[in-house]
Design a protein around this ligand. Sequence first.
Ligand code: CA
Length: 232
Amino acid sequence: MTRILLVEDEENYREPLALNLRRDGFDVVEAQDGAAAIQRFEAAGAPDGPGPIDLVLLDLMLPRMSGAEVCRRIRRTSRVPVIMLTARDAEMDKIAGLELGADDYVTKPYSYRELVARVHAVLRRTAEDAPEESVLTAGRVTMDVSRHEVSVAGKVVPMPKREFELLELFMRHPDRVLTRSQIIGRLWGTNYVGDTKTLDVHVKRIRAKIEEDPSSPKLLTTVRGVGYRLVV
Ligand code: CA
C-alpha cells in the first residue's frame, strides 16, 4: 500500500485531503508541522514502524519550521518523492522548492483530481528510476516482482494481488518475525479496522501454494501469539 506523509498545518485543508486520499486507497500519515513531519517520516521507516513513506505532500507555509526546511532535512537521508503545496503565484516558492529537491509542486487552490494525478505521475516516475532488486528468492520460491510472477520449484503459480503483496513483504524481510499489526499496517494501512482473520486467510492460501506440506509449514511459519516468519 502506498504510504503518503501529508504535512499541512491547516486542518481545513488537511482533513478533507487525507479523507479523499484514504478513499482512493492510500495510507495517509498526517503531520501538522515540520517537527512532527520529520518525526513521523523517521518513525515510519524504523524497523518497528508501519513501513517507509512512499511520498511526501508538503505544504510550504508551515509554522516554525518551513516546508523548505522539512524538505532539506528529508533530503539528507532520503530520496523519497516530495510534492510541494505552494501558495498561489508564489513563483519564488516553486523555484526554491524544486531547488531544494522537491519533485513537483501544486499551487493552491488546487483541485483534488489534479493533485492525485501529480501523485500518480511522480510515483510512476520514481518507480521507473529505481529498478530495485525485483527478483526475490527464498528456498523453492522465486518472485519476479516487476513481472508479478511467482514460481515454486520452477513452476509458475497464480497469485492474486493481496497474496502477492503479503508474500513480497515476507520475502523482503527473510528470517524476521513480522507482527500481525506490522503486516496489517503495511498491507492495509495503519487505519485498518477490519477483521484480522483476513490475514490468516491470506497466509493459508499462500501456504497452499508454496509449502510442500501446507499442514506443516516449514517456510512461512507461525510465531504463536506474535505473527509470522519466513524461514530461509
Ligand atoms: Ca500552511
